[in-house]
Design a protein around this ligand. Sequence first.
Ligand code: ATP
Ligand code: MG
Length: 566
Amino acid sequence: MEDKNFLEEIIEEGLAANAGRPDAPYQSILTRFPPEPNGYLHIGHAKSICLNFGLAKKYGGATNLRFDDTNPVKEDTEYVESIQQDIRWLGFQWKDIHYASDYFDQLYEWAKELISRGLAYVDDQTQEEIRMNRGTVTEAGKNSPYRDRTPEENLDLFERMKNGEFADGSKVLRAKIDMAHPNMQFRDPIMYRILHADHHRTGTKWCIYPMYDYAHGQSDSIERITHSICTLEFDIHRPLYDWFIEQLGIFPSHQYEFARLNINYTVMSKRKLLQLVKEHYVSGWDDPRMPTICGFRRRGYTPESIRNFCEDIGVAKRDNIIDFVRLENSLRDHLNKVAPRRMAVLNPVKLVIDNYPEGETEFLDAVNNPENAADGCRRVPFGRELFIEREDFMEEAPKKYFRLTLGREVRLRYAYFVTAQRVEKDSEGNITCIHCTYDPATRGGDAPDGRKVKGTLHWVSAAHAIDAEVRMFDRLFATEAPDEAPEGKSFLDNLNPDSLRVLEGCKLEPSLKEACNTVNADGIEEPQRFQFERMGYFCTDRDSTPGHPVFNRSCSLKDSWAKINA
Ligand code: ATP
Ligand code: MG
């Protein structure tokens, strides 16, 4: 039997209960993803997207994209566009696209209806007074002195609020429920506030804006959303969500809560991400170290790796923290299947094969992807002068060192066995060149006499190598819970000072010459992804220019953090 999560159970129960009943509120489900366009989407949003779109898909329903744009001050069309791009890139397609601001007229009419029925009033108390008079969890609140205004007076004042007669903060519209209610949300919640601000869509038409609690449920209801899925912190809002819908007698949307995604070593609040961008701690929203979807895209993450991760961690009803390693492992799993293998030397040192004919080049077959035979082979040039990784040679090596050392034989991948003979050094004692000999009989990487070598090194032909810049990323934050900072410090104090290391003069095999970002069918720019053998997964960066390719490291081949922290 398939293991169902609690949302799937709720959906199946609802569908079963409604089946064959023409009067039932719905026969197929409609979910929505409701981002506020005040920043770029992050991996937490990806979880919500996978859930909302995934459930709808599973049950033959659909998902709306709704911009929750009821707060004009922080919102921007740049964000509206990036959000659509990121959802499409993740592989999802919405049914309809809506803006909460499209409902401002309807919401206003409904507010007047509630006023007429004595269920809402205009309050002149200051913000401070409203807060003071709200009471506490153990103490009832105090009624506002304006609470008993007549519906006529309230209608008149509300219209004048809308017409711009009053200053910001001088009045609010509140639902008239119960100032002693045990659920604080019911103590006459604010429905509208005055805000003389330009809205990214409605311009200056409105100077009153609905609050989340009044706007969200009604927007769901207008769209006939059947399952309004949100994060746990909204569970205390649910009774109020239901109250407005019941009072107005409109489509019965229902809210369900799940645990938000938290990942260690990561901050996920848009406010903090915006601060990182604005104050130049990162290069932008798509800095490859950012937990944004565009950051992951630039880092080389695939949509599949993010979707698989979201599927894998499941849906919880209680808050927890997911290890970042699980996200990286999901990327490794996918790239292992699809990323072409290439050879690249990141910290090069010259290797000269003294007994190899001078001026000769041969082309050797190299497997593109051992996980996928259909990817075939490419031909890699080989010559007398090569580059290998500096770390792959030690003059005096311990017993367990299986790479190159004087007098020891190793394999050059796809090529030959070589034995190191001597080194050249500069005046400071740094090795500038390693001289070796090769065994021509080992062409292709195996000895006809069956002798074995312990090490296999990657290499690049010096005459054919392409120079590249490679950006090595580490965690953006050095601490597991960067949001937690001691008194007087902020999350910024938890930044990892070594999260970016730029390597210049890396040597790539010539087949990478044409590698560059591509534009997918949706018009979204994506990197090309590779495995650099033995070094990790890498992808092209949009900063590349024809003379200066730039690659990003997406992740290492294995999780090195597990070892360091063990
Ligand atoms: P932030 O605090 O980062 O600004 P938000 O919740 O205010 O996030 P919204 O744009 O309002 O951002 O979120 C859109 C949707 O994404 C909401 O339904 C919200 O519940 C969901 N969401 C946001 N963050 C997470 C998360 N970490 N895990 C799961 N869902 C999330
Ligand atoms: Mg929000």
